[in-house]
Design a protein around this ligand. Sequence first.
Ligand code: FUB
Length: 345
Amino acid sequence: MKRTYTALALIGCSLTAFSQTNKTPKDQPLVSHIYTADPSAHVFNGKIYIYPSHDIDAKDVKEDDEGGHFAMRDYHILSMDKIGGPVKDNGVALDIKDIPWAGRQLWAPDATYKNGTYYLYFPVKDKQDVFRIGVATSKNPTGPFKPESEPIKGSYSIDPTVFQDTDGKAYLYFGGIWGGQLQRWSGNNYDPKGALKKKEEVAYLPRVARLSTDMKSFAEPVREVQLLDKAGKPFLEKDNDKRFFEAAWLHKYKGKYYFSYSTGDTHNLCYAIGDNPYGPFTYQGIVLQPVLGWTNHHSIVQVGDKWYLFYHDVQLSGKTHLRNVKVTELTYNPDGTIQPIDAYK
Ligand code: FUB
């Protein structure tokens, strides 16, 4: 079966039509001088930092079946003192040319802080064109970041997100199917011919591994993150409006663990709740309805006493691979469920 982003291009066309409807964005892009996507937001020392992908229109790269036109080459970190305040672009924090093992496509990153060091986790294809996850460090939240000379041993696929629990343990969640290559990994073994699941098969699951205290290696073998429906059953591939595709994020609210993710080809951002960082996580519903563009990727973060969803759409360009990051307030119901967000009026 064709592992394809052709569907992406087709849906991109229909979403161009969507842009011609009367729908009006509720939020405006945080910056417009560069294209940015996949915003991983954090509060460090009372200031908001956003670690996004830096989308570019790489004229020398053709659109291909695995999202090759998402040809990003560096990261710019954005910062702001408060939601709604001015947003600063802190310049290039890490360039692909400075990652010794990197081949192409610097995709969605995340970051964390521990003991005086900031850690930036990033996916990039290695020189054999296999996605791996790297880590880079800096004494400054905006970099410049110095990458390790090798990818994290045992890492694969895309969209790393790091979560540090209140007990000090840190976990790296990752994975993305199709262009993110998760279908090539079974039992942590690589098969370049890894097939997509058939409709009646159990869907691919995201991955997690606890990080060692050095934050640069896995402390244990990579595990699957169990995502279950409310009846306790795993999703099948045909449940593609709810099953995992990419863009994992983990946050904690009132003692519960919230695993949120994109359903990819159905463009939803969904969430599931669990009692510990490994899950199982039980599906709850939609966080964000499909946005203008094909991809839907986010982070959920507390700023002061409010919670926010950072996300992206393609308001500025109308093109799937040239996105712009945004932020909107997120509201919990008294029972801990999240009120679904529609980014348009
Ligand atoms: O930005 C490249 C890829 O698009 C990300 O890794 C996915 O999550 C999707 O947003």
